[in-house]
Design a protein around this ligand. Structure first.
Ligand SMILES: NC(=O)c1ccc[n+]([C@@H]2O[C@H](COP(=O)([O-])OP(=O)(O)OC[C@H]3O[C@@H](n4cnc5c(N)ncnc54)[C@H](O)[C@@H]3O)[C@@H](O)[C@H]2O)c1
Length: 254
């Protein structure tokens, strides 16, 4: 019998976190760092308060995305937490729909893919047996009337995770995704305000309702997702690839 006594130790690993200023990203930076990884972080904001080497890139901008991918190749990450995303919603009957589609697919799919590709190329070039962790969502497993584009982007994350995992398996690089349910982060201020606008709810009402509806009875904390990311980043999950793990208090049954 073999027993790994320190299975989540990330000492000596280089981790890259995108969307690092957000609720889940900031928690992942703190967890990776606490477990010994050297953490590089990026987001759109000019500055960053966490414990990481930070660079600002706008992933919706071609020059920003390309510069970020160049940076990935300098960093040579062993772990990618591919987390940056935008949320928006609206009816399919809305004339402004395609502009929203372009923004959401631009960050949540195009930039997500480009950063994952740059990381994979770097890992292969440097013979690193790395771990890529993509942020999907429960929204990627079931459509919602007013959330078509966001749901579609997250379904794409699940699909890209599977294809990329199969392509990288011969290189001993693992690719998995996490599908959070409802996690209490700054994104929820946007989500709650949009549901107030589109469904005539009071501010705070949607957030209360979704928390109450979770089988465990409350919204998740960003650290609930970060711990799953640590598991997927570490050797603890050495035999897992191409999977999407739900971290959702029981919301989605697979
Ligand atoms: N909070 C939830 O309930 C929930 C549920 C399911 C999935 N998720 C997913 O988890 C991930 C993290 O979400 P969060 O709740 O921490 O959200 P968040 O809004 O707090 O963080 C997302 C981060 O992405 C960054 N980002 C957005 N557009 C960018 C751009 N153009 N360039 C660079 N960075 C950009 C934002 O600045 C932000 O810091 C996302 O992929 C989200 O879709 C969240």
């Amino acid at each position: 019998m073999s027993l790994n006594a320190a299975p989540t130790d990330l000492t000596g690993k280089v981790a890259l976190v995108t969307g690092a200023s957000g609720g889940i990203g900031a928690s992942a930076v703190a967890h990776f760092s606490a477990l010994g990884a050297t953490v590089f972080a990026t987001d759109i904001a000019a500055s960053f308060e966490g414990d990481a080497n930070y660079r600002s890139f706008d992933l919706l901008d071609d020059a920003g995305l390309s510069a970020c991918c160049d940076w990935v190749k300098e960093i040579k990450p062993d772990i990618l937490f591919n987390n940056a995303a935008l949320f928006d919603m609206g009816s399919v009957l809305d004339a402004g729909d395609l502009a929203q589609m372009d923004r959401l697919f631009g960050v949540n799919v195009r930039a997500f893919y480009a950063v994952m590709q740059a990381t994979a190329q770097s890992m292969v070039a440097n013979s690193q047996h790395g771990s890529i962790i993509n942020m999907a969502s429960q929204a990627g497993h079931r459509g919602e009337a007013l959330v078509a584009h966001y749901c579609a982007t997250k379904a794409a994350v699940v699909s890209y995770t599977q294809s990329t995992a199969l392509a990288l398996a011969p290189h001993k690089i693992r690719v998995n995704a996490i599908s959070p349910g409802v996690i209490d982060t700054p994104m929820w201020e946007t989500v709650d305000a949009l549901f107030a606008k589109f469904e005539g709810k009071e501010i705070g009402q949607k957030k209360r309702e979704v928390g109450d509806a979770v089988p465990l009875g409350y919204m998740g904390d960003p650290s609930d997702v970060a711990r799953a990311a640590v598991f997927l980043a570490s050797d603890q999950s050495a035999y897992m690839t191409a999977q999407t793990i739900g971290v959702d208090g029981g919301n989605v049954l697979r």
